[in-house]
Design a binder for this molecule. Structure first.
Ligand SMILES: [Zn+2]
Length: 696
């Protein structure tokens, strides 16, 4: 998985609770499901084949809030108990025998399956998709939550024939009847149930083939066909690089990537079928601000680390996230160069060091560590292990580890044992320093960076000189500036030291024509000095929406006389997927006295206010709520949209909306308005509002 923003989730501890049945081995599952979106319902038949490894008189499946119509073991009625969490089957099972368990059921999943776009009047934006990790597949399929049970799943899904249906595995055929299509997907290898997935929506796809012959399918909304290249840029390069770098062939039949709206994370590595947030569906300009490359590589690396070999439990989570992050960094190094790689490592080392100094460092063997620790410290640990035993041994050990444990579960010790074997080294010290200790070994990391990156080394030397030297700051900086070819270093100098630099220096920096340096310049100065007016105006032409947003904001604030000109210049720009430039533009267009007629202003206002609607993605909505609330008063529709957001499936967005609503409820007039609007609320919205109104 890849986090969207930094947070520590409760997933690990919940995975620890899943039980493992060691006397029964589930080998194969055939699933045939039909989805009824209006009722938010899944109706299915599933056939489990399992082998009995030792005499036992019951077997269970995790099954949450399901209604079973029929439960048959080897085609006979069987005693069972369904307690709403697990389905237990009671039968004296014989060692060595294989059984078939056939279940027919209905479920209304409260989580793990998400219905998006069904509440608005837009045609074609409907989506249904799953998220297994941290959410439990057993909400829609009776299955085994324990990651230790690996099963070969074949999925048949029946749905309205106008939509595309994607699931793990290879598409075998599509049968059409009476406006419905049944899509049959086949897996050939076993996987843990949290990696099972499907997604339904209006999609087209672009197909590629990896150097090794693996079919890669990149999905997109038909309306986004012009963003396909920039969204999926470098996909084949990433795939070929990672497969080659790991040294073990990609383990699955094919690979698919599919964006969905309001996804819970940045991306999720379902086996052969990565689902990711459509906030990564971008045009070529946005590529310079925020692109899919890192998530693309990260989820792909999980196809080996997580999917092919799976942690035994949360104590070994490093083997998933640390490894996926490490290989994603290497892929970025391959594409964007050494500099990019070492600056990223420098930033993560600094942050890890800060946490460590505050006593908030965490061990990688701590199952409750934050995702930041698992990802960033995890990648560092692997990088330093490679340093310790050398590239060739590292690769050989990795291949041995993957081959030995493929399609099985692993522990950190399983991995270290292979590395010890190939290197003939005792890795006890490494384990202590990098995995068991909660302290981040910053000096070791720094040493590595200094030895490998001239630019990072220069920054550290510059910082040192500025604190110790008696020379004028600008002179010191100038020396470093002239001596380096690193744009990233120059950008950092601007960010950190622009206050000690002369106008002349800054103006020359603008002239560099480097997008990176200019991105940094756009963030400097809250109020633009008149001497730099022309330079800041030139930023409005840059190929970066963040730069344009910063420049528009600062120019509008700093030079009131030219507001109309700035607005005219930027009136056709939408910006990032969260419409950053457009929303700021609408706000300024409304606030600029002599811009547009009263009618036009009204239209701008309407447009801005509309962005809080569930029609839009949660990033756009969140930005709009923030902007409108800060300056105007919410319309009734805004308030209804906000209440709607308090029950959203993304907990970050939900939390944002709930906090904002709490603030509004403190104001008497807003509280009255909200009470008046209650009549228009849907059941679940009303339930939430009532708890709020009654508690205060
Ligand atoms: Zn991940």
């Amino acid at each position: 998985m890849e986090r969207l923003i930094l947070f520590s989730f409760l997933l690990i501890s919940s995975l620890l609770l899943a039980q493992h049945q060691d006397k029964v081995d589930f080998t194969h599952t055939e699933v045939a499901i039909q989805i009824n979106p209006d009722a938010r319902e899944v109706v299915a038949e599933v056939i489990y084949t399992f082998e009995v490894l030792g005499k036992v008189d019951s077997v269970f499946l995790d099954a949450r809030n399901m209604d079973f119509f029929s439960i048959r073991l080897d085609n006979k009625k069987v005693k069972f108990n369904n307690n709403g969490k697990t389905l237990s089957i009671y039968k004296k099972l014989k060692k060595g025998k294989t059984y078939a368990l056939i279940l027919r059921y209905k479920a209304k999943p409260k989580q793990a399956v998400y219905f998006v776009g069904y509440e608005d009047d837009i045609d074609g934006n409907e989506q249904i998709w799953t998220q297994g990790q941290g959410k439990y597949t057993s909400h829609w399929l009776p299955s085994i939550d324990s990651m230790e049970e690996k099963i070969e799943f074949d999925l048949d899904i029946t749905f309205d024939s106008t939509y595309k249906v994607v699931a793990n595995g290879k598409l075998q055929n599509i049968k059409e009847a009476e406006g419905l299509k049944t899509w049959s997907y086949d897996m050939q290898k076993p996987m843990s149930s949290y990696l099972l997935a499907f997604a339904i929506g209006e999609y087209d796809k672009k197909e590629l083939t990896s150097a090794s012959g693996i079919p890669i399918e990149n999905y997109y909304y038909p309306t986004d066909h012009q963003k396909v290249e920039s969204t999926y840029r470098y996909t084949k390069q990433i795939f070929d690089f990672i497969e080659d770098e790991i040294g073990v062939p990609y383990p699955w039949q094919n690979y698919k990537q599919l964006p969905v709206k309001d996804f819970l994370y940045a991306g999720m590595e379902n086996t052969g079928a990565t689902i990711f947030s459509d906030s990564y569906v971008i045009d070529p300009t946005a590529f310079n601000d925020k692109n899919y490359v890192n998530v693309n590589a990260h989820e792909l690396a999980h196809q080996w680390f997580g999917n092919l070999v799976t942690e035994k439990d949360g104590n070994h989570h490093w083997l998933h996230e640390g490894f996926a992050t490490y290989y994603a960094y290497l892929a970025e190094k391959e594409i964007f160069g050494d500099e990019y790689f070492y600056w990223k490592l420098y930033d993560s080392a600094k942050q890890l060091h800060e946490l460590s100094k505050k006593g908030e460092g965490e061990a990688l063997t701590n199952p409750k560590a934050s995702s930041f620790t698992f990802y960033e410290k995890g990648a560092w640990a692997l990088l330093m292990l490679r340093e310790e035993i050398g590239g060739a041994g590292f690769k050989e050990g990795m291949i041995r580890y993957l081959k030995k444990h493929q399609f099985k579960n692993v522990t950190i010790q399983d991995f270290l044992s292979e590395m010890e074997l190939v290197s003939s080294q005792d890795l006890t010290d490494f384990k202590e320093l990098w995995l068991n200790s909660s302290i981040f070994p910053f000096e070791k990391a720094k040493e590595h960076l200094i030895g490998n990156s001239i630019a990072v080394n220069d920054l550290l030397k510059l910082k040192w000189e500025l604190t110790t030297s008696l020379e004028d700051n600008q002179k010191v900086i100038q020396r470093y500036w002239d001596a380096t070819t690193s744009e990233a270093l120059k950008a950092r100098i601007i960010l950190e030291y622009h206050k000690s630099l002369s106008m002349d220096f800054i103006r020359k920096a603008f002239d560099s024509n480097s997008l990176k340096i200019r991105q940094a310049l756009a963030t400097t100065f809250d109020k633009i000095p008149p001497a730099l007016m022309a330079e800041f105006e030139s930023l409005l032409n840059d190929k970066s929406y963040i730069t344009i947003e910063n420049a528009l904001y600062k120019l509008w604030v700093s030079f009131p006389k030219d507001r109309t000109m700035y607005l005219d210049k930027t009136k056709n720009i939408i910006g990032l997927p969260n419409r950053n430039v457009r929303m700021l533009w609408l706000l300024f267009a409304v606030l600029t006295k002599d811009y547009g007629t009263t009618d036009l202003k009204e239209a701008f206002m309407t447009q801005l206010f509309e962005y809080t609607s569930p029609k839009y993605d949660m990033d756009t909505r969140q930005t709009a709520f923030g902007l409108i609330n800060g300056i105007f008063k919410f319309s009734d529709q805004n308030l209804l949209d906000l209440i709607n957001a308090t029950i959203h499936h993304s907990w970050q967005f939900k939390k944002f909306a709930r906090n904002m609503l709490d603030e509004l409820l403190k104001e008497d007039d807003q509280r009255k308005r909200i009470i008046n609007l209650s009549k228009q609320l849907k059941d679940d919205e009303l339930r939430y509002i009532n708890t709020k109104l009654n508690s205060q």
